[in-house]
Design a protein around this ligand. Structure first.
Ligand code: GTB
Length: 210
């Protein structure tokens, strides 16, 4: 029996992939929305291993770092490949997603006004490895690794979603990724979540840029 509680700011930021995983898997969790006023008091910051959110709690167990949270949930709930090789490939994909996400955050928080054209120009270079990986795995008809959804799928899907908001035709040259996004978005619990006001009303990023 799990008793997950998640603390994060009122944005998608670094937590949305975890919300998607838990929602799609039907795993209950409690969301604690941390406003800047609450965060500013410092108590919660002091309880976080690196002074940052997200924080996942399960009873006495506390875990920070968004990717450690995804991997933990992957291990706990059978979302980490069928064997050690698939687990390693799942890690590889997730690290690739994180590299793109780091570039995305740098762009959103530091370069948005001066660097949008260049960022969009460079984006295919970020996305094409995922198209190739999909192609290699069952000709793109399945998940990013193996034949079962993994934590890396939720992270990749969310990365693609935010880029589709930034530049809606970003997948025009990536037919497998386009079909993959549609498949994941049409999973019943994900579809209901993406249609919800709760999801739609929460900004992607803290500075309002998207
Ligand atoms: N490597 C870590 C991870 O992946 O979990 C990085 C975590 C991180 O950068 N956390 C940021 C944070 O806690 C939030 S994500 N910042 C507060 C601090 O350092 O004191 C970006 C972010 C910033 C601010 C808001 N906000 O004000 O609503 C939301 C999201």
């Amino acid at each position: 029996m799990t008793n997950y509680e998640i603390y994060y700011f009122p944005v998608q930021g670094r937590i949305e992939s975890t919300y998607l995983l838990l929602t799609d898997q039907g795993i209950p969790f409690k969301k604690h929305i941390v406003t800047s006023e609450i965060w500013g008091k410092g108590d919660l910051k002091g309880k976080c291993a690196f002074g940052q959110l997200p924080l996942l709690q399960d009873g006495e167990f506390k875990l920070n770092q968004s990717n450690a949270i995804l991997r933990f949930l992957g291990r706990q709930h059978g979302l980490y490949g069928k064997d050690n090789k698939e687990a390693a490939l799942t890690d590889m994909v997730n690290d690739g997603v994180d590299d793109c996400r780091t570039k995305y955050f740098k762009f959103i928080y530091s370069d948005y006004d001066i660097g949008k054209q260049q960022y969009i120009k460079d984006l295919p270079g970020c996305l094409s490895p995922f198209e190739k990986l999909l192609q290699k795995n069952r000709n793109g008809s399945s998940f990013i690794v193996g034949d079962k959804i993994s934590f890396a799928d939720y992270n990749l899907f969310q990365l693609l979603q935010v880029h589709l908001v930034l530049t809606p035709d970003c997948l025009k040259d990536f037919p497998l990724l386009k079909a993959y996004v549609s498949r994941i978005a049409s999973r019943p619990r994900i579809k209901a979540y993406l249609d919800s006001d709760e999801y739609k009303s929460r900004p992607i990023n803290a500075n309002g840029k998207q």
